[in-house]
Design a protein around this ligand. Sequence first.
Ligand code: DX5
Ligand code: ZN
Length: 231
Amino acid sequence: MLRGSVCVVIAKSTHHDRIVAPSLLAADFSKIGDEVRRAEAAGADWMHLDVMDGHFVDNISFGPAVVDTVNRSSPIFLDVHLMISRPDHFLQRFIDAGADLITVHVEADHDVAETLGRIRAAGLQAGLALNPATPIAAVEPFLGEIDLLLCMTVVPGFGGQAFMPEVLEKISAAAALRSEAGHSFHIEVDGGIDAGTAARCGSAGANVMVAGSSTFRAADMAAAIAAIRSA
Ligand code: DX5
Ligand code: ZN
């Protein structure tokens, strides 16, 4: 060791804290404002809003009006998941409704790069989602343009479905691509997430846990959120 030499270690870690995002899809729609405040009081970091158009997925949930209602109910961070065929066509309405982050599907019928650019140009965070059957290669061209990658762990359309463990491999691949390229996007999972599956997804590299049934339908929502956070 040279005398007087200085050893400088530059640690580059893309640290990703665990984020718990209850999905409004599982809430009691007769009292949406109260449900959002209940989730916030129970320790939710984000509110995940599952928008479905009955075309991209075989179900219809809610649109910009509900996002606006949620936005007026609480200051909580709004993580809007557009399971719709034409996210480009409706984008501005969700921006105006108060979304903080908008996630669009790579499989939808739009110019993905252009839509992601418009989301960021509006000052929001941009997310890209892929369904269980979609290979990670489909999103590789866009990994430098996103703040979040959503790996669906169920076929989108309905809450309460069983977690699909085959997606774990894709989550690991996404985390590897992220570190190889020096990106720092969040990796989010959505569908069948509870403390058990959150632990498996966390080990694979996911840090944002979307949970509907296991939080809003829990006897003790705060305990359910805490269990997902520490899993
Ligand atoms: C997929 C939806 C659901 C929802 C979560 O269409 O996005 O995954 O958020 O549902 P749970 O947590 O009940 O599986
Ligand atoms: Zn979702």
